[in-house]
Ligand binder design. Structure first.
Ligand code: PEP
Ligand code: MG
Length: 323
């Protein structure tokens, strides 16, 4: 099996009936790129920048960030790199920021909520990204967007920093796509309105599942409710994909679900454009997709969306794909 995977390393990803999708990788540091390329990654679908901020005693400087982003873009050599701005809070703490303890950290002051209130932290990251943009194919994505206002505010700061850099005579790319993570149910429900304003969506199922099912993703006692194939999740994912496509935008997924062999046939049928996963899942996923008919999977869409339980979905997919 490893041999069959290796043959697909330098291939694009097509379903059995010839529909192309993109298989991207999730990374945490520039050192991860070697593994992405060795495993046939076509892009970086999620660069979690919080690792630049964690495990140190102070904020990373703009320069330090610029070097990291530039390194990732250069190593990817023109292939798309989706960089997510700082997603701190929740389970990820920064000792040097001295944030107040919260009753419900996952529902609290995290990610874009923190960045919009702390421009002294957020602006240097935006500047570093903009400066790095001339070294490759950069796309910027904001995490934990719950409202249109948050997206507009974050994008406005980005445009402000772009203007300042240009005024300083520093080169910035003019083709940077700006998108959002869809990981909060309000945004998945209102995807149609968001789709008019963003360049792309990336569905973050790790959080979308926990918020939709109201089940802490770290709590073993409620892990039975953490159900990626629950029809409620599938309906939200479908809503996001339909909304994006009706506005001519693309949709990726960068939660664990994107690399899951049971989810892949469903997501292919719903029309997901980009699947971003851990690098080692890419070749198995490419092999699986090569053997799936997108048209057939799409024909099951209404049935799947109308099911009542996660178990029904799993049984159905296993039967249809001979698992
Ligand atoms: C997600 O929520 O699905 C996601 C990809 O982000 P993280 O796991 O970093 O929260
Ligand atoms: Mg998340």
């Amino acid at each position: 099996q490893k041999q069959e995977w290796a043959k697909l390393k330098n291939e694009k990803t097509y379903s059995a009936d010839g529909v192309q999708v993109e298989l991207a990788a999730n990374i945490g540091t520039p050192d991860d790129i070697e593994g992405v390329l060795n495993n046939g990654g076509e892009a970086v679908g999620l660069y979690r920048t919080e690792f630049l901020y964690m495990g140190k005693s102070s904020l990373p400087s703009e320069e330090e960030q610029y070097e990291a982003y530039k390194s990732v873009l250069e190593q990817m050599d023109g292939k798309a790199v989706v960089v997510r701005t700082l997603d701190i809070g929740g389970d990820k703490e920064l000792s040097y920021l001295d944030l107040p303890k919260e009753m419900n950290p996952f529902l609290g002051f995290r990610a874009i909520r923190f960045c919009l209130e702390n421009e002294d932290v957020f602006r240097p990251q935006l500047r570093a990204l903009l400066r790095a943009s001339v070294h490759g194919n950069l796309k910027i994505m904001f995490p934990m967007i719950a409202t249109l206002e948050e997206f507009r505010a974050a994008k406005a700061l980005l445009l402000e920093e772009k203007e300042s850099l240009k005024n300083e005579g520093i080169a910035v790319s003019d083709d940077i796509e700006v998108g959002i993570m869809v990981e909060i149910p309000s945004t998945a429900v209102l995807a149609r309105q968001f789709a008019k304003e963003v360049d792309f969506f990336s569905i973050g199922t790790n959080d979308l599942i926990q918020y939709t099912m109201a089940a802490d993703r770290m709590n073993e006692q409620v892990s039975y409710l953490y159900q990626p194939y629950h029809p409620a999740i599938l309906n939200l994912v479908n809503n996001v994909i339909e909304a994006a496509h009706s506005e001519g935008k693309w949709v990726g997924m960068c939660g664990e679900m994107a690399g899951d062999p049971i989810a892949i046939p469903i997501l292919l049928g719903l029309g997901l454009d980009e699947f971003s996963m851990s690098a080692t899942s890419i070749l198995p996923a490419r092999t699986q997709i090569k053997n799936l008919s997108k048209e057939e999977m799409a024909s099951y869409k209404e049935q799947l969306l109308n099911m009542g339980t996660d178990e029904e979905v799993v049984e159905f997919i296993k039967e249809k794909t001979n698992m």
